[in-house]
Design a protein around this ligand. Sequence first.
Ligand SMILES: Cc1ncc(COP(=O)(O)O)c(C=O)c1O
Length: 470
Amino acid sequence: MSLRTNKCQFFLIYCQILCKDIYDNKMTDTELNILRNQINQLDDQILSILDQRSLIVTEIGKLKDHTKGVVDENREQTVLNRLLLLSKGKYSKGSIIRIWRELFDASSKLQLPIDSSITSKRSIEKINVYKGGKAKLSGIENIVKLSSNENPLGPSKKINSNINVKNLNRYPEINGETLRKQIARLHNIESKQIILGCGSDETLLFAALSFCQSGDEIIHAEHGFEMYSIIAKVVGAVSKLAKEINYKITVSTICDQLTPATKLIYIANPNNPTGSYLSKSEITELMSRIPKNVIVVIDNAYAEYVKVDDYDSGFSLVKEYENIIITRTFSKAYGLAGIRLGWCYSSPKVASILSRVKGPFNTNTIAQNFALIALEDQEHIAISVKENQINKNWFEKELNKLGIKTIKTFANFSFIESNKEKALLITKALEKEGILIRQLESYNLPNCLRISIGTLEDMKRIIKIIESLL
Ligand SMILES: Cc1ncc(COP(=O)(O)O)c(C=O)c1O
């Protein structure tokens, strides 16, 4: 039977059933079976077409230069664009994209040499393992680590005198209820809508695991936090990069990347490594422009450091928008990167979805206890933030005096724009003296440096070393 006859028959039966349905509101088994038979016939035809397609794909594979890889992403995008224009049926365009991306994946496997060893999903192969800032230098004992945006003052002093190591034979609170209540009290939010994570990294992952399937798209800044593109690949999604203007994404450059396949948007606010931020009105405008089914994750890892009037923690937006997730961490201003504790806040609906993805006991007893103590010492946060501001101002003024260009940041690091040679020269010279900073090669910004703000003494040493190079 041709596809055309099939379509007509299907339409007739569909109309009959619809009419009958209206009259007696019932569909008999016979009618259901007729429709299911139609589906079976269509499936047979689809399979036969897929078989034909696989033969052609295999032939194309033989013509490809395998040293250059078999995947041609531009060609895949062109195919998708064409099909999206043609697609007139009821399946969503997002589903059409996912189905064809699965086809592309299956096709690339046909074109590769036969390999019986274990292979991961295609997107996993593309992951560059997260290395983070350098933490060690061989032969140097006392390094100054300014490569991971940690708090140089460490955590609240109250932690050392308050270590509670009782009950370590018992599992921790399954969802960290006590800590969630304390967090909720501090920020005047609902504890039930808080999900704890092993670092905020884990909550970022929960979002993608909950809402993205293979073939979906995730938007993030072209120079956004490295984990976003890794997480996208983990879930088999495709990263779509929002352009930056002067190292800052805008509502428009984010919206430019929206397609029917967009499921998630990650925005670090402020951004790492560029330090720029979106104001409350920009975030609100963004929320009004994107579809309600797209989840927007506002990663507020550096929120405590932002002291400008038009910045907002975003918690109030959770009441207004069901599709927003705010993430926070104890790794930065709280000085507790070592305990791996972060959290996120979202609408009751989204929090309930995330809570199903979260493993039980994902944050441990010691981490929960330390975080509870740290929360009580808000004076320590205020001191840390103030000292960061003073040291950063001093440092950037001295850099500028030396002719080094800094871009204004709203977090606990400076962002330097130079050229690749100079960036490398400074990095190497500082390393020789045991000071670790981040040349931003892995962010595709080899001409830029990110230097976490340390103590005033650390920053003075850096200036002296750079001075000696010029
Ligand atoms: C923007 C941003 N988000 C999240 C994280 C991860 O933080 P956590 O230690 O809470 O996993 C970092 C760490 O550097 C970061 O820069």
